[in-house]
Design a protein around this ligand. Structure first.
Ligand code: DP6
Length: 382
């Protein structure tokens, strides 16, 4: 005997005010509040199917075709809270074992934190299966801190709170609020292994005075200014705060003992390109932000500036002809056609940026999108 199969999808999110550091390691209560956009699931999403049955011999978790350990603390904490909030009769029946199958539609090599969409999707799917009525963002937070923000679409704040109940995500504005904004994920050619977020933030909490100052004196005001900039659709201020916050997070990493460097030369190069472009056009039309790796995520004000920025990325990081690639450098036909109408010389005039062919692997184009969804495309067949 088994339950119905439940399948859900959930978005990746990219923070514009970063979460870095926990006050409570067990409950994942952060040092400061943070804010992100959930990305369109057409481009980037996790899909998870779950089913419980008396004919399975053990709980099983499959991620991208690989069997993973269900006994991990994070998974077990999530399961415990889902069961606590559950309304189904079989919730504590040991004869019911779980089968969980999850995949991402984006390459793992893209270096995007798949744990956020992954844990969010897992919690959302399990909550449907178990009829769980608790705040799902708080449960997803126990999987991975940033996962709580994927529980909603559009622009989402994670209010740090004081305890499990108050450390939750809230939607600031939905995905339709600011339709002009678009996003580029620039995947840097890089094979280096980086310190994981959880290890990195632990080291920073222990050793960086700058991080304590950031959490206490910088982020609270910045959160309010960021919400205001989003609600009033003030891109110049939004971009200013986004870039400052990314810089502040990476400064805290550099202030950690031993120092942690997530950005590399190519990342810094993209920062210069964005800075000189904004200067040339007279206000911030592009904002960069970097997580725990070298890839740049660019928030862009509108289509005109998106097309110009794409063209510049092609000019400065132009892929060499004849090089074998795992996927096309950039494959949005509509935007490629728009780019081809731009004059290269007038675009680069006045920009002081050096060319770095092949420094980028590929570019993904997306925009803010909705929160988790229920789907009928099951990954499990019984
Ligand atoms: C740099 O949410 O992956 O992406 O809570 O330990 O699972 P854990 O960490 P995680 O950290 C994300 C850090 C970040 C910034 C952000 O997304 O806010």
């Amino acid at each position: 005997m088994h339950t119905n199969i439940v399948t859900c999808t959930a978005p990746v999110n990219i923070a514009v005010i970063k979460y870095w550091g926990k006050k409570d390691e067990k409950l994942h209560i952060p040092l400061n509040s943070s804010l992100s956009a959930s990305l369109d699931q057409k481009d980037l999403k996790t899909t998870t199917s779950v089913v419980a049955g008396t004919d399975f011999t053990e709980d099983e978790l499959w991620l991208n075709g690989k069997k993973e350990n269900v006994e991990s603390k994070r998974i077990q904490n999530v399961l415990r809270l889902i069961r606590e909030g559950s309304t189904v009769e079989w919730k504590d029946d040991p004869n019911y074992k779980l089968r969980i199958v999850s995949t991402n539609n984006f390459p793992t090599a893209a270096g995007l934190a798949s744990s956020a969409s992954g844990y969010c999707c897992l919690v959302y799917a399990l909550a449907q299966l178990y009829g769980c009525r608790s705040d799902l963002s708080a449960i997803a937070r126990l999987g991975s801190g940033s996962a709580c923000r994927s529980m909603y679409g559009g622009w989402v704040a994670w209010e740090m709170g004081r305890d499990h109940e108050s450390s939750v995500a809230v939607q600031v504005a939905d995905e339709k609020h600011w339709p002009e904004v678009q996003i580029l994920v620039c995947v840097v050619s890089d094979v280096q292994k980086h310190t994981s977020s959880s290890d990195g933030m632990q080291q920073s909490v222990r050793t960086s005075k700058l991080l304590a100052d950031r959490a206490e004196n910088i982020v609270p005001k910045r959160m309010e200014e960021m919400k205001q900039a989003i609600l009033t659709r003030d891109f110049h201020t939004f971009a200013d705060l986004t870039m400052k916050d990314s810089d502040s997070f990476h400064a805290c990493c550099a202030d950690t003992q031993p120092p942690i460097y997530y950005m590399n030369n190519v990342s810094h190069h993209i920062v210069s390109l964005v800075q000189s472009y904004n200067k040339k056009v007279g206000s911030n039309k592009v904002a960069y932000t970097y997580d725990a790796g070298p890839n740049a995520v660019l928030y862009i004000a509108d289509e005109k500036h998106m097309v110009e920025m794409l063209k510049l990325l092609h000019i400065y990081f132009n892929p060499s002809e004849g090089v074998q690639r795992e996927r096309p450098f950039f494959d949005n036909e509509y935007l490629l056609a728009k780019m081809s109408t731009l004059d290269e010389q007038s675009l680069v005039d006045g920009l002081q940026v050096e060319k770095r062919p092949d420094a980028l692997k590929y570019i993904l184009h997306t925009k803010p999108g909705p929160g988790p969804q229920i789907s009928q495309d099951h990954l499990i067949s019984l």
